[in-house]
Design a protein around this ligand. Structure first.
Ligand code: AMP
Length: 366
C-alpha cells in the first residue's frame, strides 16, 4: 500500500496536518501508527465499585496480617516432626509416611549434620518415572536410598527442585513469597542451634496451614465478596483432565509435565466432574514397593484410596473468596474444582492460586 492509498482512507483533517511539511508534488506520508492513534477509541477506566474497594481493603488487611505474624505463629502448640536420614531406603520412607498419615518429611544428612531438603510426593513420582523408563531395573529401584533421589532426577532429566527453607521467626509474608517464587507448596522451617551453630529443622509450613491460619484469624475476609467470574484467580483453560479408564500412568505424566498437584476426572461424553486424582494418591499406589498398580486405570487406582480421604470440594463461578475461605476454615481443602450447574468442569482453583491472589493482586498500587 502506498502513502497515497493510506491517505485516501484518512479524514481530510489528518491529511492536512501530515501533508503541511511535504512538497506539493509528493503524496503525503501517513504512518500506520498515526492512523491507528486517530481511530483507536479511548476507553475510560471503569470506576471502582464499593465491592472493588472492599475487596482491596480486605487484601491489604490480609497482607498486613501476614507481615506481622511469623511461621512460629502457625505451628500448633504441640506437634510431631518426622525427619528422615538420607541413608534410609526410599521404600521404607514410603511406608513410614503412610503409617503416620503424612505426605512429606525434611531430610537430614547425618554424615555432614546438615539439613538436606524436603522429601515430597514429587520425589516418589520421579522414582516412578525412572522405573517406568527402566522397568528391568526394579531390583535397583528397590535399593534406592533417599540420598540417590538427586541422581534419579538427573537420570530422568527433571530440573532439581530448589531447596528453599525459611527461619521460623521470619514474617509469614516472606514464607508465602518464597513459596510463590519456588512454586513449593510447603517449606521447611530451619533455625540455627545456639550452642552448636548448626542448622536445625523445626517444622514444615504449608500453603494449607497458612491459609487456614488466615481463614481463622482475619475477619475482614468477609469483604472478599467479588465472584470468581470477576476475578483473575484460578485456571480456566488448557486444563489437564482424564477419565476413569485413562491409564493412571498417563495422569502421573500429566502431573509432572504441568507441575500440578491434581487432575479432575470427567465422565466420558458428558464432561461432568466425577472425581479428582491427586499427587498424594500416587503414594498409596506404590505402597510396599509394588509397582504393578501403576498398570491400573484411574478408576481402579482411586479404589485404593484410604478411608481418610478428605473428599472433593467444588465451587461455582458465582462463589466469592469469602465463601471459599469459610470452606477452608471448616475443612481440609487443598483445591476446589470449579463447576457449572450441570457439574461440568469450568476450572481449577488451588491453594497456590489463592495464595498468589492474596499476595499479588493490586499489590503494585499499595
Ligand atoms: P497446584 O500445584 O495444584 O496448586 O497448581 C499449580 C497451578 O496449576 C495453579 O495455577 C492451578 O490452577 C493450575 N492447575 C492445577 N490443576 C490443574 C489442571 N488439572 N490443569 C491445568 N492447570 C491446573
Amino acid at each position: 500500500m502506498s502513502g497515497a492509498d493510506i491517505a485516501d482512507s484518512v479524514t481530510p483533517a489528518s491529511i492536512n496536518a501530515t501533508a503541511s511539511d511535504v512538497p506539493q508534488d509528493q503524496p503525503a506520508f501517513v504512518a500506520p501508527r498515526t492512523y491507528l492513534e486517530q481511530v483507536r477509541p479511548i476507553i475510560p477506566p471503569k470506576p471502582l465499585t464499593a465491592m472493588d474497594w472492599e475487596q482491596m481493603e480486605a487484601l491489604k488487611t490480609i497482607r498486613a496480617f501476614l507481615k506481622v505474624r511469623t511461621s512460629y505463629d502457625v505451628l500448633p502448640l504441640s506437634f510431631r516432626l518426622i525427619v528422615f536420614d538420607t541413608s534410609l531406603l526410599v521404600k521404607k520412607s514410603l511406608n513410614i509416611l503412610i503409617q503416620n498419615g503424612i505426605v512429606s518429611a525434611p531430610l537430614w544428612d547425618s554424615k555432614t549434620s546438615t539439613f538436606a531438603g524436603l522429601l515430597t510426593t514429587s520425589d516418589y513420582i520421579n522414582v516412578i518415572q525412572y522405573y517406568w523408563q527402566n522397568p528391568d531395573a526394579l531390583a535397583r529401584v528397590d535399593q534406592f536410598r533417599l540420598n540417590s533421589l538427586r541422581d534419579i532426577e538427573k537420570a530422568i532429566g527433571v530440573t532439581p527442585i530448589e531447596t528453599v527453607s525459611i527461619h521460623p521467626d521470619r514474617p509469614l509474608y516472606e514464607a508465602c513469597r518464597k513459596m510463590l517464587e519456588s512454586r513449593a507448596r510447603r517449606i521447611p522451617l530451619v533455625d540455627v542451634d545456639d550452642e552448636t551453630h548448626r542448622a536445625m529443622v523445626v517444622s514444615v509450613v504449608t500453603q494449607y496451614r497458612i491459609l487456614k491460619f488466615v481463614a481463622v484469624n482475619v475477619k475482614e475476609l468477609q469483604k472478599l465478596r467479588k465472584p470468581l467470574k470477576d476475578l483473575n484467580v484460578g485456571t480456566y483453560s488448557n486444563l489437564a483432565t482424564a477419565y476413569m479408564d485413562t491409564p493412571v500412568m498417563d495422569v502421573i505424566h500429566a502431573l509432572v509435565k504441568k507441575n500440578i498437584s491434581s487432575v479432575p476426572i470427567l465422565e466420558k461424553d458428558v464432561g461432568s466432574v466425577v472425581n479428582v486424582f491427586e499427587a498424594v494418591d500416587v503414594i498409596t499406589l506404590i505402597k510396599g514397593g509394588n509397582y504393578d498398580d501403576l498398570n491400573l486405570s484411574v478408576g481402579e487406582a482411586l479404589l485404593k484410596r484410604s478411608d481418610e480421604f478428605a473428599g472433593i470440594y467444588t465451587c461455582s463461578m458465582n462463589d466469592s473468596l469469602a465463601t471459599i475461605f469459610e470452606q477452608i476454615r471448616k475443612s481440609r481443602v487443598h483445591r476446589l474444582v470449579v463447576i457449572d450447574e450441570e457439574s461440568k468442569l469450568k476450572g481449577v482453583l488451588t491453594l497456590s492460586d489463592i495464595l498468589e491472589y492474596i499476595l499479588l493482586e493490586g499489590e503494585e498500587n499499595e
